[in-house]
Structures are given as structure tokens and as C-alpha cells.
Design a protein around this ligand. Structure first.
Ligand SMILES: *[C@@H]1O[C@H](CO)[C@@H](O)[C@H](O)[C@H]1NC(C)=O
Ligand SMILES: *[C@@H]1O[C@H](CO)[C@@H](O)[C@H](O)[C@H]1NC(C)=O
Ligand SMILES: *[C@@H]1O[C@H](CO)[C@@H](O)[C@H](O)[C@H]1NC(C)=O
Ligand SMILES: *[C@@H]1O[C@H](CO)[C@@H](O)[C@H](O)[C@H]1NC(C)=O
Ligand SMILES: *[C@@H]1O[C@H](CO)[C@@H](O)[C@H](O)[C@H]1NC(C)=O
Length: 557
């Protein structure tokens, strides 16, 4: 318990630390002395007219590399489904900035940084319907114009070029800026221009240099036939293609927006989903409490623990919903509410596993004393649960591109797996214990009924774990981008079903087989029970049933 306490204190500190960095859809990421060859910056589901603003600054690159042969830059790619599959397919040792020959028509935009010519070469591939808004490199802009319109006087490229590449977007505010700046074109040659990528496949953006660090920015408006899940990645191909690991630094601000708010297409329904599920869980909890009141003479402490779990789950969902609401409207969560969500989430996780392990050991249903073995399960599961939840909170509140993000993701995956495995042990022990008892016991029929129940419980836990951890993730990977909220929906619904079924199976009722069990805390020692022969156990049970139960009722209520 001391360990658990220390973990809680640690979690509290972490929460305070994280107050400053809650995850938002207005992302700011600074990488220093980074050596990864690829950095996943963001994934976001855009509907038509969604806006992506990216601004890169303080980009510092080692100058010893020939960036023509080892390119450096960003990719913005659309994938039909979540990035899991494309990510693995990409790890083939070739530089993604020099794609061989595109086999599909998915939009892909490459931003290649050339520090020698101070430009960013943009290459749009696939079926494009996006508008790119950025400062163009003046010479290249002229070249583009001359290519298409030979009689164009090169002294006035921006207005003509705008006519050429931007027929639909003349009302844009930047056109005002542009005519103002036309006078001092010599000193301010770079102006923001809107380019329809359907017509223009290659162009050059301006790269600013200031004290050895580079910066550039671009905005993108998603066209109606280009909506989808986009991922923005940074690639440093030197570290991918050669053995030496050079370090670079940059900081990037990314803002992603759909028309309705800051949430990705898949997340837009989540706020409503969570509040609805909170209502359902709350109703279920009320029904459960009502049942407990009705059968107050056969209620155990664990039944109240189950009620508390359902209420905490409902409260946690309410905060989750509020969190998403504020991310949608403000672009970032309200910190106090986010912390409330994290606390309730942590409580819920701990309570869920405590309850499952207690039910699994048959505590209150079969016996009152936990064996050392079972206590050890608690010593493992509770700290790991706290760790898993801390990992979850860190993942929620750090940027995807930061180096510790994947570490914590792996920790969460591993710890979660161990916890899920560990909660099965007590159930298995209970089943084995009941099997032994029923084979020799005089009251075999009753033990068999208990055995059946614990087997059902085991199957339920396994189904729940498999469903939420594996099948739901498979569904998530195969689902179109705007339907990915179905994953959260399935997880919540399966949790509800699991809670309801567990409640139903272990409900307090006079005809429940558990109520014919010995419930005397002082008399039944677990170690005794385990070593005792089944026949003796049966006799002691029969003896204790009558007087033991009365006492237990009083202590519970
Ligand atoms: C990054 O590397 C430089 C030079 O190698 C060093 O001076 C600096 O302290 C490093 N910064 C960090 C944050 O590690
Ligand atoms: C993002 O880009 C759009 C289009 O250029 C622009 O209107 C908007 O002001 C930008 N937003 C931010 C936060 O820079
Ligand atoms: C990124 O955002 C931070 C905080 O919002 C701001 O201080 C910084 O200037 C921005 N950087 C760029 C390149 O826009
Ligand atoms: C970089 O490599 C390319 C060929 O890969 C070559 O044409 C170019 O001259 C090299 N640049 C420098 C500065 O070495
Ligand atoms: C870009 O141009 C194509 C063809 O000229 C047009 O169909 C499309 O609507 C344009 N896209 C946007 C977003 O304006």
C-alpha cells in the first residue's frame, strides 16, 4: 500500500507538471538536438474547407550534408485510414522525400528545404484539390508565369501570377496586402499567394534565414474532393540513409481547423457521445443502487464498490465530454477541467481493477480472507494501473512529435497488457479452487453453480479485453477517417455491456448461489480453505451458513 501511496503522490506531481502542457489542436513543438530520421508531427481529419497552418522557425541544420542527395523537409500525406499501416510500410530505408513512382492517387505534398538557394521546393503529387497559401520565391514565381504566359512583363509578376493561379480566391484578404506592397516590391519581394494545387504541381516557397536558422510557413485549405486524414511529418534523410546520426533542431506551430471547430473529423461527435454515455452509465448506476436497496439483506461491500465504480465512470465521461467541447471551441482544453478529467479517469481505472480483482478472487462471494498470492496481485495491479493512467495522461498532453511520446505509448501498451493478464489470475485460481472443492465436496451442486459463474466471468473478462484492445483497434485501423469515433463508441458500449453483465451475474438476490455460502470473516481463513479437504470444507460451510450470515448483514449495512 505504501508503494501505491507513493505512486499516487508521484501521479499528483505529474499532473501539476502537465498543467502547463495540455494537448491542444493548436500545436507548438520544439525539438532540440534531435536525431530521429522522421518525426510524426500531426494527424488530423479534414473536411472540405478545413484549414492547416504550419509555421516552422529556428530550423538549424548541420551544414556538412549535401541536401540534394540527402533531402530534408516535410511531407503532408493523406491516408484513407489511420496511419498505422502506412507507417510500417514506410520503414523501407528509402527517403520518403524522393518517392520513386506513386502507385496510388492519394494526395501527397512534399516540402523540400534547400538551404543553398534559400527556397522550399513544393511538389504536389496525386489527385490534388487543395489550395496552398504561402510566400513564393520571387524568381521561381516569375518563371512559372513566363512558362504559362509569354507576353507577361517580368517586372510585375505578383498580380499577373495571382490571376493565373488563383482565379477563385480573389476576395482573400491577402490581395489587399499585396497591392499595398506592390510599390516596394524590390525590398519586400515575397508576398503570400494562393495557389490551386490542382493546376500547379511544382513551386518554390521562400525560406527566410536569420542568424543561421531558417523559417518558413504555409497554409493549406482542403478542397471538397481532398478531404481525409492528413499526416504531417518531418524527414531528415541523412539519418535514415547513412550511419552517422546528425542532430538538428526546429520548432513548429501547427493549427488545424475544420469549419465547425478545432476537432478532427473523427472527434467531432465525441463530445456528444461521451455525455450520452455518461447519462447511460449514471442511469445504470441508479438502477444498481435501487437494486441494492431492494435487496439490502443480501448486499455485500463489493456491491457498493461496484456502484461507486459506475458513478465514477459516469463523472469521468462528463469531464471527458466537457474537455472535448472546449478543445473544439478554443483549440485547447481548459486546464482545470482537464485535470478533473484526469483525476476521475485515474480513480476509475484504479477502482475498476480493484473491483475486478476482488470479484475474481471471490472476495465476499466465496470468502473474506485474501491469500498472500492474491494480495500480491493487488501489489502488482494497482501500481501498474496508476502507471498506465499516468502514461495515458502524458500521451494525452504531449505533442505527438516529441521524443517521449512513443516511449510512453509503449509503456502504456505493455503495462495495460500486464494488468489485463494479471486480473485473470485470481479468476483462474478461484475456478481451480472451486473445481477441487466440487469434485470432493458434499455440496457439489452448489459449488458447480459457483464454478459456472466464475467461468462465465472469466470468459466475459477475456472477451472484454480482446474486444477493446484488439478487435476495436482493428476496426479503427480499417474504418474511414470520419467514422473513427466508432472506436470510442464501441469501447464505451462494450464497457457498459461488461458492467451490466457483471452486475447481473453477481447481483444481490435471495436466490443467488453465493448467499448460501459461509460469510464469517473471523472463521474462514483462506489458507485453511485451500489446504482443507473438500469434505471438511463442505461440513464447515453447512455449519456456518445459518449464524454467519446474520452477522455479516449487520456489518455490511
Ligand atoms: C545540443 O548540442 C549542442 C552542441 O552539441 C550543445 O551545446 C547543447 O547543449 C545541446 N542542447 C541540448 C538541449 O542538449
Ligand atoms: C491560417 O491560414 C488561413 C489562410 O491563410 C488564415 O486566414 C488564418 O488567419 C491562419 N490562422 C492562423 C492562426 O495563422
Ligand atoms: C508559435 O507559437 C508560440 C506560442 O503560441 C509563439 O510564441 C511563437 O512565436 C510561434 N512561432 C511561430 C514560428 O509562429
Ligand atoms: C550534391 O550532390 C549532387 C548529386 O547527388 C551533386 O550534383 C551536387 O553537385 C552536390 N553538391 C555539392 C555542394 O556537393
Ligand atoms: C482548383 O482548380 C480546379 C480546376 O481548375 C477546380 O476544379 C477546383 O475547384 C479548384 N480548387 C479550389 C479549392 O478552388
Amino acid at each position: 500500500m505504501a508503494v501505491a501511496h507513493r505512486c499516487c503522490v508521484l501521479a499528483g506531481y505529474l499532473l501539476l507538471l502537465l498543467l502547463a502542457g495540455c494537448k491542444a489542436r493548436i500545436h507548438t513543438l520544439t525539438l532540440k538536438n534531435e536525431t530521429r530520421f522522421a518525426v510524426d508531427l500531426n494527424s488530423f481529419g479534414f473536411y472540405a474547407n478545413g484549414i492547416l497552418n504550419v509555421s516552422v522557425s529556428s530550423l538549424k541544420l548541420p551544414t556538412s550534408v549535401n541536401y540534394t542527395s540527402f533531402p530534408v523537409g516535410f511531407t503532408l500525406s493523406r491516408s484513407r485510414v489511420n496511419g498505422v499501416l502506412s507507417y510500417t510500410a514506410e520503414e523501407t530505408g528509402t527517403c520518403p522525400l524522393t518517392p520513386p513512382k506513386l502507385t496510388n492517387t492519394e494526395p501527397l505534398i512534399l516540402f523540400l528545404i534547400n538551404i543553398d538557394t534559400l527556397s522550399v521546393t513544393v511538389k504536389a503529387r496525386g489527385e490534388q484539390d487543395n489550395l496552398l497559401i504561402a510566400k513564393l520565391k520571387p524568381e521561381v514565381a516569375e518563371g512559372e508565369v513566363r512558362k504559362t504566359r509569354d507576353d507577361n512583363p517580368p517586372e510585375h509578376p505578383p498580380p499577373d501570377k495571382q490571376d493565373e493561379t488563383k482565379p477563385q480566391d480573389n476576395k482573400d484578404t491577402k490581395s489587399g496586402d499585396k497591392s499595398d506592397k506592390k510599390a516596394d516590391e524590390k525590398t519586400m519581394p515575397e508576398v503570400e499567394t494562393t495557389v490551386n494545387l490542382t493546376n500547379t504541381k511544382d513551386l518554390s516557397l521562400a525560406l527566410d534565414k536569420d542568424h543561421g536558422s531558417y523559417s518558413f510557413s504555409f497554409d493549406m485549405v482542403v478542397g471538397s474532393s481532398a478531404e481525409g486524414l492528413y499526416s504531417l511529418k518531418f524527414h531528415y534523410c541523412t539519418n535514415r540513409m547513412s550511419q552517422e546520426k546528425l542532430s538538428y533542431s526546429f520548432s513548429v506551430n501547427v493549427t488545424e481547423k475544420n469549419l465547425g471547430g478545432f476537432l478532427s473529423a473523427a472527434e467531432i461527435p465525441l463530445s456528444r457521445l461521451y455525455i450520452c454515455m455518461a447519462g447511460v452509465f449514471f442511469t445504470a448506476a441508479l438502477v444498481w443502487v435501487y437494486t441494492l436497496m431492494k435487496h439490502r439483506y443480501s448486499v455485500f461491500k463489493i456491491h457498493w464498490l461496484m456502484a461507486a465504480l459506475a458513478f465514477i465512470k459516469s463523472i469521468s465521461l462528463v469531464f471527458h465530454s466537457i474537455n472535448y467541447h472546449y478543445i473544439n471551441t478554443e483549440g485547447r482544453p481548459i486546464e482545470a477541467l482537464a485535470v478533473m478529467y484526469y483525476i476521475t479517469h485515474l480513480l476509475k481505472g484504479a477502482l475498476l481493477f480493484i473491483t475486478l480483482v476482488l470479484i475474481g478472487t471471490g472476495w465476499a462471494f466465496v470468502k473474506y480472507i485474501l491469500s498472500d498470492k492474491e494480495k500480491k496481485i493487488f501489489m502488482i495491479v494497482i501500481p501498474l494501473q496508476v502507471l498506465a493512467n499516468v502514461a495515458y495522461i502524458i500521451i494525452e498532453s504531449t505533442e505527438e512529435g516529441s521524443s517521449e511520446y512513443y516511449l510512453w505509448k509503449e509503456i502504456l501498451f505493455l503495462v495495460d497488457l500486464i494488468c489485463c493478464g494479471a486480473i485473470l489470475f485470481p479468476v483462474v485460481w478461484s475456478i481451480r479452487h472451486l473445481q477441487e472443492a466440487s469434485s470432493t465436496d458434499g455440496k457439489a451442486a452448489m459449488n458447480l453453480e459457483k464454478l459456472k459463474l466464475f467461468r462465465h466471468f472469466y470468459v466475459m473478462i477475456v472477451c472484454y479485453i480482446y474486444f477493446t484492445r484488439i478487435i476495436a483497434i482493428l476496426l479503427k485501423v480499417t474504418m474511414p477517417f470520419q467514422w473513427q469515433w466508432c472506436y470510442e463508441f464501441l469501447v464505451e458500449v462494450s464497457t457498459l455491456i461488461f458492467f451490466v453483465m457483471t452486475g447481473y451475474k453477481f447481483r444481490p438476490a435471495s436466490n443467488n448461489p453465493y448467499l448460501q455460502l459461509p460469510q464469517d470473516e473471523e472463521d474462514v481463513e483462506m489458507d485453511e480453505v485451500m489446504t482443507e479437504s473438500g469434505a471438511l470444507e463442505g461440513i464447515s460451510k453447512v455449519k456456518k451458513t445459518s449464524n454467519g450470515r446474520e452477522r455479516q448483514k449487520e456489518s455490511t449495512l
